[in-house]
Design a protein around this ligand. Structure first.
Ligand SMILES: [Zn+2]
Length: 622
């Protein structure tokens, strides 16, 4: 931990201060015209003003994944944590605020709107108590032992978990705004931007929950003692850190930090000694307090507890998917989805799912797999009222282009929900299907390759590299295979009837170049049963997938291998699909904390389809 301490415990040679003062004055003026909140899709917490006039964000309770699997050893393992609702200061505590309580301002870089720094942990706790008293709240800290009472309604320092949860603001990425370090300039005063000093708070962009300077400016004290391996035994609900320790946790990075030290999951620490002279001018803090529960007779009991039956599985559906019209008697028809939804409602499963509505995918994502010309061809053909796209088996209607964008968008929505830990896994009841769609042409009822596009979305948007695609549709997913044939970051596994439409998928097709052996085809003869499928999954999929160790698992879930299906010639049952689901789910659990999104492909016998999806979702929810 020594090197981390250095990030903050810098004893700067204090030169250039005069020159700095002029700049600081200008910056202090600039705070008035500071940047406005960026528009974000995440619901923004309510902003409240305390009795003493401080703005706080009412942070909603929720689950999140704490830590980082790519970070330092003390950031591992990534683990799921529940945080009860709380209020958090939108800004780091500033010097003029601190001085209100006749507390001596220890700051090195002076300025009324600049963050307080050179503050030791106990003086930060003392300020929390003073502010509590000023507002008639019960102080949290015992001023002899500095023990924190988490039951008290006054101000305190955030727990490390509260801090990271608030910093992430729903994002599973390195920073609250994503993974791109170049965007850090807009959000943080850090080594590259801060010119060797702190800056008035609130000048950079806030995070999606309206909190400023969570990255950079000054590192922030947390209430917890620091321990390198705390995450190995951290409790799941509102963890408060080890009971003993010498150092306290610091979070968020500071004006003298590297970009890496500004990451949401980055942990640092410093001795919590009382000697202010030894405190670093890169350390400050902000306060939190418990959200007051409104005592409504039904709700007050467990309001701060994790929901007892929190939905584990997301379900993506929207009526827009019914607007892709095919020809009369075409097997790929809107009734497929209504049959699924009706079945889930009838069995009571629907109420236990987190239902999510999609937004249309941005064309920039579609073109990660398809050519610009093809996308334009789909759009024009639909707008001009063409009856088919590229071949007679793929009928389209006026809205098919928009529906296809919403199908890919539905997959994105599921991926986001899984990565943000809103759910563990999700099923996308979308159409048109996708796995036959090639980069430059439609095929086999498919317009855009939802799963292939979803794969690129996970890699580029969420920075997860290795993706496993399991395709158990009765047909070979030729489009998906082609998209990743020479790509070692994607393991594509397909079991399918062979020889059969579309003709590809022999065992000899194994990938090429760097992607050699990253395509696995298991062609099975017509009439294959649950047992044949299970053998393929156990013998061919499981060992390779575990060795590959994906960061995310996608299923091209076609249910046309069902024994009653109209197109396929296989004899798989709904129970068989449940067993296949269990195998894939276990792979996801072993390799990537269960991150799995399943996307509907084929399945044309309405009752068989609905029963198979029900069995599939049942296992996802276990
Ligand atoms: Zn199929």
């Amino acid at each position: 931990m020594k090197s981390k301490q250095k990030e903050f415990a810098v004893s700067m040679v204090r030169l250039g201060q005069l020159k700095g003062q002029v700049l600081r004055l200008l910056l202090a003026l600039a705070v008035v015209t500071g940047c406005r909140r960026a528009k974000e899709s995440t619901p923004e917490p309510e902003i409240v003003k305390t009795k003493t006039g401080i703005e706080m964000a009412a942070i909603p309770g929720g689950w999140f994944e704490m830590g980082s699997k790519d970070g330092a050893p003390d950031e591992k393992p990534v683990h799921k944590v529940w945080i009860s609702p709380f209020l958090m200061d939108r800004f780091e505590v500033i010097q003029e605020e601190f001085r209100k309580y006749q507390l001596p301002d220890p700051s090195h870089f002076k300025g009324p709107k600049q963050p307080l720094e050179q503050i030791n942990w106990t003086d930060a706790a003392l300020y929390c108590n003073e502010r509590s008293k000023a507002e008639g709240l019960e102080p949290c800290y015992d001023e002899q032992t500095w023990q924190c009472s988490f039951q008290a309604n006054g101000y305190r320092l955030p727990t490390e978990a509260e801090w990271e949860y608030a910093c992430r603001a729903g994002a599973g990425t390195k920073y609250s705004f994503g993974n791109n370090v170049r965007d850090l300039n807009a959000h943080a005063w850090f080594a590259e931007t801060a010119a060797g000093k702190t800056h008035p708070v609130g000048q950079k962009k806030p995070n999606p929950w309206g909190l400023y300077d969570m990255h950079g400016n000054v590192a922030e004290w947390c209430n917890d003692f620091y321990s390198l391996d705390y995450y190995k035994q951290s409790q799941q609900k509102n963890p408060t850190g080890p009971t003993k320790g010498k150092e306290r946790v610091l979070r968020g990075g500071a004006w003298n930090s590297s970009a890496d030290a500004c990451r949401s999951s980055y942990r640092a620490s410093d001795p919590s000694i009382d000697d202010t002279c030894l405190a670093s001018d890169a350390i400050g803090f902000r306060c939190v307090r418990n959200a007051t529960t409104n005592p409504s007779p039904q709700q007050n009991v467990d309001k701060n507890d994790p929901p007892q039956d929190a939905p584990k599985t997301g379900f993506i559906y929207d009526d827009i998917y019914l607007e892709h019209k095919t020809t009369p008697d075409h097997p790929e028809k809107p009734a497929r989805l209504t049959a699924i939804v009706d079945k889930l409602k009838a069995t009571g499963l629907y109420a236990r799912l987190l239902t999510l509505s999609p937004k249309p995918a941005d064309v920039q994502w579609i073109t990660t797999i398809h050519s610009q010309q093809y996308v334009e061809h789909v759009r024009k053909s639909c707008r001009e009222g063409a009856a088919y796209l590229d071949s007679m088996d793929t009928p389209i209607s006026e809205k098919s282009y928009d529906v296809a964008l919403a199908a890919a968008g539905g997959v994105f929505c599921a991926i986001d929900a899984v990565i943000e830990s809103k759910v563990t896994n999700a099923f996308c009841a979308v159409r048109p299907p996708g796995h036959h769609a090639m980069s430059d042409r439609a095929m086999g009822f498919c317009l855009f390759n939802n799963v292939a596009i979803g794969t690129r979305y996970i890699q580029k948007k969420h920075d997860l590299h290795k993706i496993l695609i399991v395709d158990w549709d009765v047909h070979h997913g030729n489009g998906t295979q082609a998209a990743f044939y020479d790509d070692p970051s994607v393991l594509y596994f397909s079991v399918h009837q062979y020889p059969f439409y579309p003709g590809t998928g022999s065992q000899a097709e194994k990938g090429s170049g760097k992607g050699l052996n990253c395509t696995i085809n298991v062609p099975l003869p017509a009439g294959s049963t649950d047992a044949d499928y299970l053998r393929a999954f156990k013998d061919k999929l499981e060992p390779t997938a575990l060795a590959f160790s994906p960061d995310f698992v996608l299923i091209s879930a076609g249910f046309d291998a069902h024994e009653d299906d109209l197109l396929g010639g296989m004899r798989v049952t709904a129970e068989g699909f449940a067993k296949l689901t269990r195998i894939v789910k276990q792979i996801a659990e072993k390799c990537c904390r269960g991150r799995l999104v399943s996307v509907l492909e084929g399945g044309y016998h309405l009752e068989a389809l609905a029963a198979s999806v029900e069995a599939h979702i049942h296992v996802l929810m276990e």
